[in-house]
Design a protein around this ligand. Structure first.
Ligand SMILES: *[C@@H]1O[C@H](CO)[C@@H](O)[C@H](O)[C@H]1NC(C)=O
Length: 353
């Protein structure tokens, strides 16, 4: 009897301690598409000068999501910006940090991250791409300032972004935990079309620091395959396959993704299937976006899939205030800047994972 009482006492302590893990407890480490669609709207809004129309169409008035900070800094030598904004809901006790993606296709070309392998130390967490680290350094102060506001100090933090914005989110989130601004369970990341920001060491550090993290990938979006990973040369592609090879989960040299890919093979219409990619190699699941060979020669479709998530062309949709009646053009067939990019890549005749 005595033992039972002790046992139940122990149980009660356990149960009472649970609320310490406020919002992002282990039971919540599940992909939530509704949430992802809402965050995509915020990512789209980052392409606009005024995020409030998108915010108004996405969240209920009761949540009272308010923009408390907006930033745009020169990110490269021709003045392309790294930009974003921060919203707070006092009702939900939640902060959301939103990074803007690549503004123009010329930025996509000029960034250089398409070919640069991770080479810069990121606070002892591993190597990351120098372009992304530089963008992170230039935007970090805004995040640090907002998260340090005493009134918000215990608020949970979402970090999100599309494209380059996803890369900046992928550096910002682990930095938040590394610097002690929040604990791991208080940070949640959702990105769209995120490139490989760092190497294997960085991916491992990231997964320790930010366990609640989802990278949404649309079909043959080319950007999540950049910079390339090192291929597993011990793998023999089966006869009749397109020759695709998995990433080497032991190599520190190439790019390597952090967890967890959410792969949409189709158009991302409501109800379309998706896969939670926790198969091998870890974080580079060969059953998901890495399965087909991605030829940089296919860049037209690859860039189109990159700009289109959940049925909207993300930058245009955001500039239009996330109006649900907007319509968008289909994949490109004409020549133009996209085929220019294609021809630049095409000359190299490289294939990537
Ligand atoms: C998914 O997210 C939405 C929006 O935040 C929320 O209302 C819903 O309860 C979540 N669903 C689950 C199963 O957590």
């Amino acid at each position: 009897m005595q033992k039972n009482i002790q046992f139940f006492g122990f149980l009660i302590i356990l149960l009472c301690e649970n609320p310490v893990f406020a919002i992002f407890g282990p039971q919540d480490a599940q992909y939530n598409e509704t949430e992802a669609r809402m965050l995509l709207n915020l990512c789209a809004a980052a392409y606009s000068d005024d995020a409030t129309p998108c915010i108004g169409r996405t969240f209920s008035a009761a949540e009272n999501q308010m923009v408390i900070s907006q930033f745009s800094v020169k990110c490269d030598f021709i003045g392309n910006p790294c930009a974003g904004y921060i919203v707070v809901s006092e009702a939900l006790q939640q902060i959301t940090v939103v990074f803007r993606g690549t503004k123009t296709n010329s930025q996509l070309l000029l960034e250089g991250w398409t070919t640069l392998h991770p080479s810069a130390d990121f606070y002892g967490m591993g190597l990351v791409n120098t372009y992304f680290r530089s963008g992170h350094e230039k935007t970090w102060q805004y995040v640090q300032d907002a998260l340090s506001i005493p009134q918000y100090r215990n608020y949970d933090v979402y970090v999100t972004g599309h494209s380059l914005g996803g890369a900046l989110a992928g550096l910002c989130a682990p930095r938040i935990v590394h610097d002690g601004l929040r604990q791991s369970h208080q940070v949640k990341v959702l990105t769209f079309g995120e490139p490989r920001v760092g190497n294997l060491d960085f991916a491992n550090s990231y997964d320790q620091l930010v366990p609640y993290s989802f990278r949404v990938v649309h079909a043959i979006d080319v950007v999540p395959h950049l910079p390339g990973c090192v291929k597993d040369l011990s793998y023999t592609p089966p006869a009749g396959s397109d020759g695709s090879m998995p990433c080497d989960p032991g190599s520190r040299n190439g790019g390597y993704h952090h967890a967890i890919e959410v792969f949409y093979p189709g158009n991302m219409a409501p109800g379309d299937p998706y896969m939670i990619c926790t198969g091998l190699p870890r974080n580079e699941d060969f059953g998901c976006s890495n399965a087909p060979k991605v030829d940089l020669d296919d860049t037209n479709q690859g860039v189109w899939d990159h700009r289109n998530y959940f049925g909207v062309e993300v930058p245009a949709y955001g500039k239009g205030g996330c109006d649900p009646t907007m319509t968008f053009k289909g994949p490109p067939t004409e020549t133009g800047i996209l085929s220019l990019i294609s021809s630049v890549f095409g000359r190299k005749r490289r294939s990537i994972r």
